[in-house]
Each structure stands twice: as structure tokens, then as C-alpha cells.
Design a protein around this ligand. Sequence first.
Ligand code: PMP
Length: 288
Amino acid sequence: MKIYLDGKFVDQADAKISVFDHGLLYGDGVFEGIRLYGGNVFRLDEHLERLEYSAKAILLSMPWSRKEISDATCETCRQNGLQDGYIRLVVTRGVGDLGLSPWLCPKPSIFIIANKIALYPPETYTTGLSIVTVPTRRVNSAAFSPAIKSLNYLNNILAKIEAKQFGALEAILLNDQGYVAECTGDNIFIIHKGEIITPAASQGALKGITRSAIFDIAQELKLPIREADMTRYDVFNADEAFLTGTAAEVIPVVKLDGREIGTGKPGKITQRVLESFRRRVLTEGTRI
Ligand code: PMP
């Protein structure tokens, strides 16, 4: 496998980052997870815009243009002969000393990995996921904005571990006020009386690229969709639920905390959204 690392393509074994890189020492950096479908990179521009916003929010100035990053992303897929896969694009603060000071890191690093990903077992896309609410709360946006896709994922990792401890593959994280924020790496949607509902970014949800595609799909399918505060009560009383994410794609949810949602089977609207999503990813995107 060839990895793009700071302007060069190197073999996987030679793709190495310094132990003094603040991305490693402090999680000081930002990243994107991007999908490649049939030789098209799905919503690449939106991903690169979010990367720029994340970098700006942590005052990390990236010395590369969007075009340069976009070209490097496509070239990484080509170099690996990939037509379908998952791309991980990471920007770190770069090499510094052992103190926190980011201004002692003169040069950010960028690397791009193009590979495959399977977040959940394939059968869960037809049977639906059973998820749980975990004790770990979504990080408070006053402390650190959850809209920043940073290299600090311990909040999400702890929630993922707790989900496993409760025998589930995925978890709902509530925010510090008890509202549903999102899952460990996915946004959450419920369907109630024909309406699609998802928590707002202000409740601790990442502004997912797949999430925004769901708004376009709802428009195409003429289904009402809106952002709203969401509690566990709303999920328990929903007719259907599903999660979205670049790695997860669109996956039905049939149980929360041991309680069936709707009929306990993936719902009809979820199926329609999922089918529309699968069509859309093949036609939309940047050709590599
Ligand atoms: N929430 C979190 C915490 C995430 O890390 C992600 C991305 N894996 C998402 C939601 C979904 O966002 P996207 O659709 O852009 O992948």
C-alpha cells in the first residue's frame, strides 16, 4: 500500500511520523474520513471544506490549497488501484518539543491512507443494529466544539468501549443536558409519523457529510425533515431509526437499551433512504 506523506508517496512500512509530532503527543490535529465509490470520491469538496473549518477552529494554518489536497487524495486512490474504499486524510500540528506550545511546531504534516473499511457486520445492514445509551456524555461544546473533527477521539472511544461492555456495537452519547447528541462515529435520525428528525449540531452532533446527504435525499423523496432536540423518550417512541456516517453509510437501528423501536425491524422509510443513498453515491462525486 502506498501512503501519501508530506508530498511523497511512500510504502506503508516507511510511512512514519515523529514521536515529537503533536498529533501523537497531544492529539493536536484534524482529520477526515472520506469514501470512494466506483472511482468517484463522495462529496470531496464538502469534506475538504470541513477539514479547513476544523483546522481554522484550532488555529492550524494549512500551507496547502484545497486543490492540492484534493489532487493528492485522488492520486492516493489511483496509486493504490482503488475504485471503492475509505480514505483517511490526517493533518497534524507537526513536530515540536515536549511542551504544549503549537508555535514551536513550524510545519504541519499531512498524510492520506486509501484502504477499505467495514464498520459493522454486513448482516446488520439488513437486520438493523441494537444500540445502547452509555454513561459517557458528549464533550460539552463550551469546552471543545464537537463540530471540530480533531484527533482527540477519546470521548467517542470511551463510549465505544462502554457500548461493547453492554454487548452492543454502537452507542448513543447524550450531551451534558441529557439530550441525544449522536453516536460514537455516526449521526442519528429517527422517523416519527412520517417525519425525519435529527439532533442539531448545537446539541453536540458533528455536521456529518452523510447527514447533509440525508437532507438532500429527504427532499428528493419528498419526506419532511427537520432538526430538533431529541431525548431517549423520542427514540423509544419513534417508528424507525437509522445512523449515518462515511464509514457506517446508512444503517437501520431496531433497538435502544433493549427496547424495540417501532416494529423491531428496519422501517420502510429507512429502506427508501438507504436505497436512494446507494444510488446517489454511485453518481455523485469527484472522478479520481
Ligand atoms: N459523528 C462523529 C463523531 C463522527 O466521527 C462522524 C464521522 N465518522 C460522524 C458523526 C458522521 O459524519 P460523516 O457523515 O461526515 O462521516
